[in-house]
Design a protein around this ligand. Structure first.
Ligand code: HEC
Ligand code: HEC
Length: 217
């Protein structure tokens, strides 16, 4: 990963040479290309379906969620060597355009794991539907089909998204759940308190089963 990151960063400096031009353009004239979406494509491709299992799928993820994630990285509240660096190169308005671009891509239409271990999937399904915190299950928040959703509060006009998990890569789901368990050797992930509370109820075997189940969706 380190060597790979180094190569990307060296590439970014070259790509970055044109960014003064992008700043001069008005926001409405900005396109994903004019703000150098090629910075993202090395790890997420332009269509959001990544070249390697190391990187998350972001195609068709909810715009509100993508933007929130990008802002958390930029503010140093969500840990990732690559993403903290890359978001620091973009202004917030550019992150809005990139989130919108990836949200418009077609989500993965086949599961990440085509041949999952069926008994483990069954155990994962049971855990996914069981009460975790405040009588709420994973399914209550992420949806029975793990596709997440957006909820808007008409009065405050705030809309919040629960991320889609279906089609996501297994190693990424696993790494995320490990962070949410609050295990001492892993820095806890910034994010909604309900998700952190749910994560704390999981042990290693639960995580393996949930990952198997989710990657079969
Ligand atoms: C060097 C590789 C690399 C590059 C380049 C890169 N990313 Fe990422 N991206 C990652 C990794 C790794 C993660 C997972 C971080 C984590 O563990 O939370 C990630 C996570 C994300 C997430 C959060 C996904 C989720 O499901 O929570 C978003 C959104 C994102 N990247 C968008 C972008 C955008 C937009 C760009 C270009 C401006 C970009 N990335 C460039 C590697 C990269
Ligand atoms: C109270 C609602 C709630 C519950 C219950 C919940 N989640 Fe979440 N989950 C969320 C929210 C909101 C996020 C995004 C947090 C953020 O914005 O960083 C999330 C994030 C995630 C992510 C990371 C997604 C990504 O793209 O990075 C995974 C994986 C996940 N949840 C799996 C689960 C599993 C498995 C369970 C059950 C053990 C569960 N969640 C229970 C609300 C919930």
């Amino acid at each position: 990963m380190r060597m790979f990151l180094f190569k990307i960063i060296t590439g970014l400096i070259i790509v970055g040479a044109g960014s003064a031009q992008a700043v001069a353009e008005s926001t409405s004239a900005m396109t994903p290309e004019s703000i150098h979406i090629q910075r993202c494509s090395a790890c997420h491709y332009v269509d959001g379906k990544p070249p390697s299992e190391e990187f998350p799928h972001i195609a068709g993820q909810y715009e509100q969620y993508l933007l929130k994630a990008l802002k958390l990285f930029k503010q140093g509240q969500r840990e990732s060597e690559a993403m903290e660096l890359i978001t620091s190169l973009h202004r917030e308005q550019e992150l809005v355009i990139l989130a919108n671009h990836y949200a418009k891509q077609k989500p993965a239409d086949s599961p990440a794991n085509a041949a999952p271990d069926q008994p483990l999937v069954a155990r994962g399904l049971q855990l996914y539907n069981s009460e975790r915190v405040y009588g709420i299950s994973c399914a209550d928040c992420h949806g029975p089909d793990a596709k997440g959703y957006v909820r808007s509060t008409p009065r405050t006009r705030v809309s919040r998204a629960i991320p889609r998990l279906a089609g996501q890569q297994s190693p990424y789901i696993k790494a995320k759940l490990m962070k949410y368990t609050g295990a001492e050797n892993v820095k806890p992930q910034a994010g909604m308190c309900g998700m952190r509370k749910a994560g704390k109820t999981l042990n290693q075997n639960d995580i393996d089963a949930l990952v198997e189940f989710l990657s079969s969706k």
